[in-house]
Design a binder for this molecule. Structure first.
Ligand code: IPD
Ligand code: CA
Ligand code: CA
Length: 270
């Protein structure tokens, strides 16, 4: 394990402890946008992470959700989501995490997703595999959508413009079901370890996906956009799956994008 991954795990664990201190204290929330929440726990976690990364790697840049860009003088850049799943956290719904990833010259090279509610540390380094609490993980072997468990999410910004409900309904009818856990980095980590077979979402930010997408790749899965093109962390959507489901999912998504819905919505009572 490199020093980078070791530091990322240490910092994520420490930030997880900060979040846990706030949990159950009814700390309330503020709104960043109409439905976009932020809490004191997001800010305290981010402050700790930025301080720790700055002192460990003074030349590295940091892009953090709450405080934005902290410029650096090297080719290294950290993506930081100090609390992924803030809406869950603010409602005491115990699905949230801390996630950090390191990019070098435009490529994610290391990433962690730490779930303090289960003490689960997902960690990956490019070319060295993906791990959950030190044990190697792999994507599932599910070969057909009709046997799969999927997950998705819905953005809090401009949510009335989001077309995901169409994808949600088709997948829900054509698989074992679609979960909406509310923390994208956990969704990605769960694809990596086989608890989910696929995950897609519109409108995520780089800090939501950077570590999780590396976890999926290193666990043997596939990471693209919803048309099957290479993932752009700043792009409009993401699809990750175990690889075996990729072609079938892309074919279905192309139909949905074209307005050809295999399963019609049921009629409402007259
Ligand atoms: C959100 C979560 C959620 C996803 C949203 C994200 P945040 O991140 O990952 O699952 O659906 O699009 O913004 O705001 O809780 O860090
Ligand atoms: Ca997030
Ligand atoms: Ca966040």
């Amino acid at each position: 394990m490199t020093d980078f991954l070791e530091t990322a795990q240490k910092v994520a664990r420490e930030a997880g402890a900060v979040i846990t201190e706030f949990a159950g204290r009814n700390i309330g929330f503020e709104l960043k946008g109409a439905y976009d929440l932020v809490t004191a726990a997001d800010r305290a976690s981010e402050q700790l992470i930025v301080d720790r990364l700055n002192s460990a790697y003074p030349s590295h840049a940091i892009v953090a959700e709450e405080s934005g860009m902290h410029a650096g003088s090297s080719e290294y850049r950290w993506y930081v989501d100090p609390l992924d799943g803030t809406t869950n956290f603010a409602h005491a719904f115990p699905v949230y995490n801390v996630t950090l990833a390191l990019e070098h010259a435009g490529r994610i090279i290391a990433g962690v997703v730490y779930d303090p509610t289960r003490d689960e540390m997902f960690a990956a380094e490019r070319g060295a595999g993906a791990f959950l609490n030190g044990r190697r993980i792999q994507v599932s072997k599910t070969a057909r959508l009709e046997d799969s468990l999927a997950a998705t999410g819905f953005p809090s910004r401009k949510r009335h413009q989001n077309i995901n409900i169409h994808f949600y309904y088709q997948l829900a009818m054509l698989s074992h079901g679609v979960r909406r856990p509310g923390a994208a980095a956990i969704d990605l980590a769960y694809v990596a370890c086989g608890r989910l077979d696929l995950f897609w979402e519109f409108g995520l930010n780089p800090w939501d996906m950077a570590a999780g997408s590396l976890l999926v790749e290193e666990a043997g899965g596939k990471v693209t956009d919803m048309h099957g093109a290479p993932l752009d962390l700043r792009g409009p959507h993401v699809l990750t799956d175990n690889g075996s489901l990729h072609e079938e999912t892309i074919a279905l998504f192309e139909k949905i994008f074209a307005g050809q819905l295999p399963v019609p919505l049921p009629e409402l009572p007259a």
